[in-house]
Design a protein around this ligand. Structure first.
Ligand SMILES: Cc1ncc(COP(=O)(O)O)c(C=O)c1O
Ligand SMILES: N[C@@H](CCOP(=O)(O)O)C(=O)O
Length: 463
């Protein structure tokens, strides 16, 4: 399997290379040069497999020759051994139609663990082969940071610099990052938004003063391996609810468009999916883009679902590439135009290509709180604000009544205790697996929002 850049001019790479590269050298994102196809019988045969085994089966075509099937199975077995639920991503039925796919049973309580527990192992595996080191630079609106740090803390051949927007993540999220004491972990709080942090990360990849001295790697969903691992739970949910012989819809709380793009990949591989509902908060660039083609980024508005306080959604570029004719050169021009003006209109081909599978909804702060309350009062379920946005969109989706709708429950409610308590009066306790989070000392560096300050800090502290 080879991977090509969405901007058409970076070299094609294999899976091991793409995992270590993160971002393509032309500023684009890597995607498989074609989608592996699974037949209906092949998908049916996967029913009943343990999650780690299912993961190895679904991912095998993407991994290609980079790992033997046995080694891939060993790594998925190890990656999912730390989850607190034997199903890894269990389904919970809410009523005859609505379901939750709980993705927060990993060590740091959000869906990011599903991919990052594996990515940490993949880094170790591929770096060992080259006797090489990786300097990871990442941006987080709260959840990727802790999941990535958990996955790489203490490993010899990687170090991680994680940027979060100061004051814009929950106290639990911040502490899950800043209380990890390992010599290879560096937390940085910047003035600004997640978009600012993500733009700096992309600039680091293109900055020769850094890349000449350090091999830079990515843990954000710009890294293809992140998305690949997220494809698996679409199969897991579908197989439990009658797939591939019954179509499901998925409602996905969306920020950087990684999670829902993984659903698009599952559909491209042959999994029958009725609809992917892109649920945004008031930072609604994706809802505008999908409903009227207007992809223009305003300033980020802080909300009670801070992990989705994102305007520039990296993985949307992957969708535009895939549904808009896979013309990397043209898309490169379009994306560079967007980077200059922060605005663009989708082409007709891009809009029509997306319309086949995607729908979208914008959910405001009052609706989010009402959705948390609704889940509690009607089903006794305590859900976090991100999940609540997905559930609101699921309940109001325009779908045939017989189609089951699975909302991706992306974070544990305890990560956003204040918002949940405001909506329900109940303060969800932190699960034991996060330990004495509030007794541990925090350590992080605060930097101004300038690129130079961040770059110089990395150059000064990278081993
Ligand atoms: C809890 C939670 N829900 C939803 C999202 C949105 O996921 P994505 O960025 O893959 O669209 C994020 C992070 O982005 C998140 O942390
Ligand atoms: N919500 C994310 C934002 C980064 O998204 P990623 O999936 O590209 O890593 C976070 O919590 O950090």
């Amino acid at each position: 399997m080879k991977y090509v850049s969405t901007r058409g001019s970076a070299p094609a790479l294999d899976f091991a290379e793409v995992t270590l590269a993160g971002l393509a050298s032309d500023g684009g994102l890597y995607v498989p040069e074609s989608w592996p196809q699974l037949g209906m019988d092949e998908i049916r045969d996967m029913r009943g497999l343990p999650y780690a085994e299912l993961a190895a089966r679904v991912m095998a075509p993407f991994v290609g020759d980079s790992l033997t099937p046995d080694r891939l199975r060993e790594l998925t077995g190890e990656a999912y051994s730390r989850f607190a639920h034997t199903a890894v991503t269990p389904l919970v039925q809410l009523d005859e139609r609505q379901w939750l796919l709980e993705l927060f049973h990993g060590p740091t309580l959000a869906f990011k663990d599903v991919a990052l527990q594996l990515l940490g192992l993949l880094f170790e595996e591929f770096l060992a082969r080259e006797d090489s080191r990786l300097t990871i630079v990442g941006a987080t609106s709260g959840d990727t940071g802790s999941a990535a740090i958990d996955a790489v803390a203490g490993r010899d051949n990687v170090e991680i610099f994680m940027l979060h927007p100061k004051g814009r993540v929950s106290d639990v999220q911040r502490r899950q990052m800043t209380t990890v004491r390992a010599p290879n972990v560096h937390n940085i709080a910047i003035e600004g938004s997640f978009d600012d942090a993500q733009a700096m990360v992309k600039r680091i990849f293109a900055d020769e003063s850094v890349t000449a001295r350090h091999r830079i790697g990515a843990v954000n969903s710009i890294n293809w391996a992140r998305l690949m691992a997220q494809v698996v739970y679409y199969f897991a949910a579908s197989l439990q609810l009658g797939g591939p012989d019954r179509k499901l819809a998925f409602s996905v709380p969306t920020g950087n468009f990684g999670d829902v793009f993984a659903g698009h990949v599952a559909a491209r591989m042959g999994l029958p999916i009725e609809r992917l509902i892109v649920a945004t908060n008031v930072n609604d660039i994706l809802h505008r883009a999908l409903s009227n083609g207007d992809y223009s980024a305003g300033n980020v508005t802080p909300t009670g679902a801070p992990s989705m306080d994102i305007q520039v959604s990296s993985n949307f570029e992957r969708l535009l590439f895939d549904v808009g004719g896979r013309d990397g050169v043209a898309l490169g021009d379009q994306m560079r135009g967007f980077e200059g003006s922060r605005a663009m209109m989708l082409s007709n081909a891009q809009r029509e290509g997306a319309a086949g599978l995607f729908a979208s909804a914008r959910v405001d702060e009052d609706e989010t709180a009402a959705s948390i309350r609704y889940a509690y009062e009607n089903w006794g379920e305590i859900i976090d604000p991100h999940t609540a946005i997905g559930l609101h969109a699921a309940r109001h989706a325009d779908l045939a009544p017989q189609v089951p709708v699975v909302t991706l429950a992306t974070a544990h409610p305890a990560k956003f205790r204040d918002a949940v308590e405001r909506a329900t009066g109940i303060r969800p306790p932190l699960p034991n697996r996060v330990g004495d989070l509030f007794a541990r000392e925090e350590a992080y560096t605060e930097l101004s929002g300038t690129y130079e300050a961040v770059r110089d800090h990395i150059l000064e502290h990278a081993a």
